[in-house]
Design a protein around this ligand. Structure first.
Ligand code: CDP
Ligand code: CDP
Length: 225
């Protein structure tokens, strides 16, 4: 039997990975994995359990024991809706801190691979191509200038009625990029076999179309609709 096909979309914060990956998955009728949500959930669950974000063994235990249910438009942590709570700037920073701990990454590995179900999976994150789904049929590294990304995050927050300031966001984005790129385990980088898609000047629709155009010729016939 053929392995369930995967499309990997990695890239830095606010490059549009989540939006593009979810739309590509919808276009193909495939499953979607937002791997960053698992790191965010780990940071939130640790905080709620009074576990410091640098306490590797205890955070890894939290990650291994996450009681999470992903719905169409909801994320339940121990039965409580946390879809908004995990997007705060504080939890964004916490997520990138717990993500630097090797034991945490190992604890989340199997949980991520469990999303690989027929007819296919689109997975977004930092290390989909380099670690989690190395045998993907198509690998994309999505990026955009740090200024464009900070601006997108700013607009995203404002549109949700969340107070935000551009300069601190830009600063936080730079710090998180640096932490994600500089860590020794699974750093954010473009895999040698991934295609680069710079969306600084590209609309979401154009990015989705490009990802689909790259992937379609490589897909087993029966897996896409
Ligand atoms: O949406 P945004 O790109 O800002 O963040 P995210 O994808 O939800 O990921 C939050 C944090 O989790 C990132 O800053 C990474 O440190 C970490 N992460 C990771 O290490 N590996 C992944 N596959 C996904 C996220
Ligand atoms: O998942 P990631 O953090 O990489 O980014 P996202 O949450 O998908 O996108 C961040 C914001 O940028 C969203 O509000 C998107 O609508 C927007 N965006 C955009 O304006 N232009 C693009 N080409 C891609 C995303």
């Amino acid at each position: 039997t053929q392995a369930v096909p995967v499309i990997d979309i990695d890239g830095p914060s606010a490059s549009g990975k989540g939006t593009v990956a979810a739309r590509v998955a919808a276009a193909l009728g495939w499953n979607y994995l937002d791997s960053g949500a698992l790191y965010r959930l780990t940071a939130l669950a640790a905080q709620r359990a009074g576990v410091a974000w640098n306490d590797e063994p205890r955070v890894a235990a939290v990650a291994a024991g996450l009681d999470v249910v992903f719905g169409v438009d909801s994320i339940l942590l121990a039965g409580e809706e946390v879809g908004e709570a995990i997007r705060s700037e504080e939890i964004s920073s916490g997520a990138s801190q717990v993500a630097a701990l090797p034991a945490v990454r190992t604890a989340l590995l199997f949980r991520q691979r469990a999303f690989r179900r027929a007819p296919g999976l689109v997975a977004d994150g930092r290390d989909m191509a380099s670690v989690v789904f190395t045998d993907a049929v198509s690998k994309v590294f999505l990026t955009a200038s740090v200024e464009a990304r900070a601006e997108r995050r700013y607009k995203q927050l404002i549109s949700k009625g969340i107070a935000a300031k551009l300069q601190p966001l830009l600063q936080e984005m730079r710090e998180r990029d640096e932490r994600d790129r500089g860590r020794s385990v699974a750093p954010l980088l473009q895999s040698a076999d991934a295609r680069l898609l710079d969306t600084t000047e590209l609309s979401i629709e154009a990015a989705v179309a490009q990802v689909l155009a790259w992937a379609r010729p490589l897909l087993p016939a029966q897996t896409c609709r």
